[in-house]
Design a protein around this ligand. Structure first.
Ligand code: PHE
Ligand code: NA
Length: 447
């Protein structure tokens, strides 16, 4: 059977951008930056995006397109009987871990959207947005309903032809989200006390670099935001025709994703300081800050509605790229239909998400990794360990398993002036940096 193909390069670009831009840029970026000290974290993150992220993204696309398979199959096709494909199983595990909590958080976004439709959030609730959010996420049932709804949307999109529709829709919604974020950034910067927030984001406080967890946090954020190391971009690359050229698409996606993150920082942090919220509030940060902005601004109810609509759509296009990883694998491996695989995989993820959601309330005392609750633990394992490890394998595969000319040919870099820069990064710098950060984070380097 011929492999499914994107109708055009634009279709591929939209799908990959849709995967990259999501909750990671707005929700995760701002809270992780807030927890890790702001400016110095931002610099590390930017460094990792350019030295590791974008080169790995190009490599992940290349393996998929050359290998013409899912995360496991691509490696098996390219290097039969070698153990590279084992990294594919880790990618599938990452997909289960990530979508289980991603769908819960996207559910919060849907719930906010609903509250902007029915009017509840148009004015500041008596208890304030902080307490309102807290009572939502610690409720046993409400968040599960929205989590279920989001998962159903995701499954439906993956199992029907709607995917193309979503991608086409992204042609309108993504620029709309960008315009909206820029508008919000301008508004946020004009708030009283905004300067403090900008300083927090852009003026590095070098002392935060003495905290060893900042490095792994920045690396994990770069991987999560660019959707790399899981195999989603590999799977998407496998649907791309050899006629299309990869490098410009890759750089475009990487830069766009990063700009989205920086702009959302400019939206969030001025408001965080203006409203006297702690930047290290964790996963609740945007959910208490943004409604505060909307409540203050003219037509804030319309803005709030539009914002959470766009955020939910951006999350959906990321979620489908996560669900696609196990679905592509199971449909090939067990010959299951797309309908059956997406339904089954999505349902399992929904059940895992129940634990995540209850971990915010009745089970908030349950800590799995260190002091982390269920969601933070799953996120930690996936984003800070599995994704960078998956990226390490991708880099080593392209840098060491492939011959140099094979790597250049598979990535369409043969005639690029930058081919040796990319090759040096992928062969030496990226693997070394990832290994150093891993060793450092477990205390093996003594700093
Ligand atoms: N990159 C997506 C975001 O920023 C999330 C994601 C992570 C998607 C990992 C695929 C793989 O929201
Ligand atoms: Na992202």
């Amino acid at each position: 059977m011929a492999r499914e193909k994107w109708a055009s390069k634009l279709g591929f670009m939209l799908a990959a951008m849709g995967s990259a831009v999501g909750l990671g840029n707005i929700w995760r970026f701002s809270y992780v930056a807030g927890e890790n000290g702001g400016g110095a974290f931002l610099l590390l993150y930017l460094g990792f995006v350019f030295l590791i992220g974008i080169p790995v993204l190009l490599s992940e696309f290349s393996i998929g397109r050359q290998g013409q398979g899912d995360v496991v199959g691509s490696y098996q096709n390219l290097a039969p009987k070698k153990p590279w494909y084992l990294a594919g199983y880790m990618g599938i595990a990452s997909a289960f871990l990530i979508l289980s909590f991603y769908s819960v958080v996207a559910g919060w976004s849907l719930y906010y959207l609903w509250n902007y439709i029915n009017g509840t959030f148009w004015v500041l609730p008596d208890a304030g947005y902080g307490a309102t959010f807290q009572s939502l996420i610690s409720n046993n049932y409400t968040p599960l309903f929205w989590h279920a709804l989001f998962m159903v949307f995701t499954i439906l999109v993956v199992l029907t032809g709607v995917r193309q529709g979503i991608e086409k829709a992204n042609k309108i919604f993504m620029p709309a989200l960008a315009v909206m974020m820029i508008g919000l950034a301008i508004y946020s910067v004009s708030l009283d006390g905004a300067m403090e927030g900008l300083k927090f984001l852009f003026q590095p406080d070098w002392s935060s670099l003495t905290d060893p967890s900042v490095y792994l946090g920045a690396l994990g954020q770069a991987f999560f935001s660019l959707s790399i190391g899981m195999g989603g971009m590999m799977t998407y690359g496998s649907y791309l025709s050899k006629k299309e050229s990869l490098p410009s698409a890759t750089v475009g996606i990487g830069i766009m994703d990063t700009v989205f993150a920086i702009i959302s920082g400019i939206v969030i942090f001025p408001a965080v300081y203006a409203f006297g919220i702690s930047p290290s509030s964790g996963p609740s940060l945007v959910f208490i800050t943004l409604p505060g902005i909307f409540a203050e601004m003219p037509f804030g109810n319309v803005v709030g509605f539009t914002f959470f609509l766009l955020l939910s759509i951006a999350s959906l296009s990321s979620a489908i790229s996560i669900l696609e990883v196990p679905v592509a694998y199971f449909t090939r491996k067990f010959n299951w239909s797309r309908t059956f695989s997406s339904g089954l995989v999505g349902s399992i993820m929904f059940v895992l998400g129940i634990f995540v959601s209850l971990g915010m309330g009745v089970w908030s005392g349950v800590t799995l990794i260190g002091e982390n609750n269920i969601m933070d633990s799953m996120d930690y394992v996936a984003s800070n360990i599995f994704l960078p490890l998956g990226g390490l394998v991708i880099a080593i595969f392209v840098g060491w398993q492939w011959k140099k000319d094979e790597a250049f040919q598979a990535s369409d870099m043969s005639t690029s002036k930058l081919r040796f820069v990319w090759y040096g990064l992928i062969k030496f710098i990226a693997p070394l940096l990832i290994i150093i950060i891993f060793l450092q984070s477990v205390g093996l380097l003594g700093w």
